[in-house]
Design a protein. Structure first.
Length: 91
């Protein structure tokens, strides 16, 4: 599984509607509004790098309200919590 952080600059007044639309995009797990040079950060989880390229280029970048994106690909997760258990649905 590939995890990436998609940072976005949004048009003024469209941050909340854009965040809500992003949650409907397959591959987007979470969306956060943030302070700083970007308005939103979306957590993407996909199986292949090509899926990430399609997600960002074909689905996110063309949404109304998106001015700019920057994508950071995660190499390794460091956490005090066991991330595997957090996503375990049990048997």
């Amino acid at each position: 599984m590939i995890t990436a952080f998609v940072l976005m600059t949004a048009q003024p007044g469209l941050v909340k509607p854009l965040a809500e639309r992003l949650l409907d995009v397959p591959g987007i797990a979470e969306v956060y509004s943030v302070a700083g040079p970007f308005d939103l950060v979306a957590i993407a989880r996909v199986k292949h790098h090509d899926d990430l390229a399609d997600l960002v280029s074909d689905h996110i970048a063309h949404l109304e309200g998106v001015i700019r994106t920057e994508t950071l690909i995660a190499f390794h997760a460091y956490s005090k919590r066991d991330l595997g258990l957090m996503w375990d649905i049990g048997t």
